[in-house]
Design a protein around this ligand. Structure first.
Ligand code: SOE
Length: 394
């Protein structure tokens, strides 16, 4: 940031957990990375003016507004960052794109396949006049994950034979954790499937360079009723005495085939006591394996089947060195990064792509590819687990 650059004036809609993570990213990115545009945290949008004003003060936004429809039309806004629950993504994203604003939308990009298709069509129309759009699959930007993708692409584990992916959390394992928008199908679209299953589908697409082509799935709502919340904090809140139904899945399990025919297995759950944010992928190739677990997010494990027989075993690569993706902008070697850095890298990649006149990734088309998988898992579950094909040649 040098004060003479072209500004990139941002409006952010929503200011809860994701809004806080995005705010920090907009604030920090230009302080650690040389960006070709100067992000300005212009306006924070929330339904309650008082609460939005308090959030704006805390998070560093210049002003607040309560009507996103008016904000996406403003001449002093270049980019709309959507951090609301999924039920409003389509309406806001399409309106913003049609108003010529770049869009960053939180994952999963939509609550239904039809919404994601309409959003992708709108993004493609807008791209013709240089308007860019991106879905917030931030884990792509964890250095160890980016490194895994590079190593697969460079043939370091040979051909991908098999993938196993899990996203394990426990914040809904307690029956007293109250209902929230995340347990409400009308607002969230689905439960573990869309909230965290979407991440591991995108992770597989990103790391292997192949899309999921067919799935056979099972969904389960383990705790069917919960207390209504008196107040919220983080992912939980204070339970009241009234109770209500959980209308989303707690657990999503599916087997799959990738485009190459390679088998894959996925498990997403928010019921796994003791697992806090264990987003894991293990890829077995013809010449070795790679394994990543977000609970040790600075480490990528590599097994090289071509190493001398007496020296084989998983090597822990510490992805904390200046040669690793994104790391040179941060701390001295070995000092490590955290959850929030993926959001900062997301801003960096988005701003660079906008300035270069390129389509950032993951694009809305990439988000739609994930949505097709989520939709197929739901369809397979409704169909007693039968195989559902996503691409013709599966
Ligand atoms: C809750 O499951 C959650 O906050 C997800 O919504 C996020 O996408 C993930 O990054 C962490 O867990």
């Amino acid at each position: 940031m040098n004060g003479t650059q072209t500004p990139l004036r941002v409006a952010m809609i929503g200011y809860a957990f994701m809004g806080r993570a995005h705010s920090q990213a907009w604030r920090v990115a230009p302080r650690f990375f040389d960006l070709p545009l100067d992000p300005e945290m212009r306006v924070l949008v929330g339904r309650s003016r008082d609460r939005a004003e308090e959030a704006a003060r805390h998070l560093g936004w210049a002003e607040v507004a309560t009507d996103w429809r008016e904000v996406v039309q403003r001449d002093d806004v270049d980019l709309v960052d959507i951090c609301t629950p999924g039920d409003s993504h389509e309406e806001i994203a399409v309106a913003a794109l049609e108003a010529g604003k770049h869009v960053l939308v939180e994952k999963p990009m939509a609550n239904t396949l039809a919404e994601a298709e309409r959003m992708t069509a709108a993004a493609e129309r807008a791209a013709a006049s240089g308007v860019r759009s991106m879905v917030g699959f931030t884990y792509r930007r964890v250095p160890a994950v980016s490194l895994a993708r590079q190593m697969v692409a460079d043939g370091r584990i040979g051909e991908v034979r098999q993938v196993r992916c899990q996203y394990l959390q426990d914040w809904l394992a307690d029956e007293q954790t109250p209902l929230s928008w995340r347990t409400d199908k009308a607002l969230a679209g689905s439960g573990a499937l869309g909230d965290i299953g979407a991440h591991i589908v995108d992770l597989t697409h990103f790391v292997t360079g192949q899309r999921v082509a067919a799935v056979s799935g099972m969904l389960e709502t383990v705790i069917r009723e919960r207390p209504r919340a008196e107040s919220f904090s983080g992912l939980g809140g204070v339970a009241g005495t009234e109770r209500g139904p959980v209308t989303v899945d707690d657990v999503a399990i599916f087997t799959a085939r990738l485009e190459s025919g390679a088998p894959a297995v996925f498990e997403a759950t928010r019921m796994a006591w003791g697992r806090k944010n264990a987003m894991r992928i293990e890829v077995n190739g013809s010449r070795g394996s790679l394994a990543f677990d977000f609970e040790e997010m600075n480490v990528l494990q590599h097994y090289d089947a071509d190493a001398p027989a007496g020296e084989q075993g998983f090597t822990r690569i510490l992805a904390t060195e200046p040669v690793h993706p994104y790391v040179s902008a941060w701390w001295p070697p070995g000092h490590g990064l955290g959850y929030e850095h993926g959001f900062v890298h997301q801003v960096v990649d988005l701003v660079n792509a906008i300035a270069a006149g390129e389509q950032p990734t993951p694009s809305f088309a990439d988000g739609l590819a994930v949505q097709r998988v989520l939709d197929a898992v739901e369809a397979s579950h409704a169909d007693e687990g039968r195989l559902h094909r996503i691409s013709e040649n599966a």
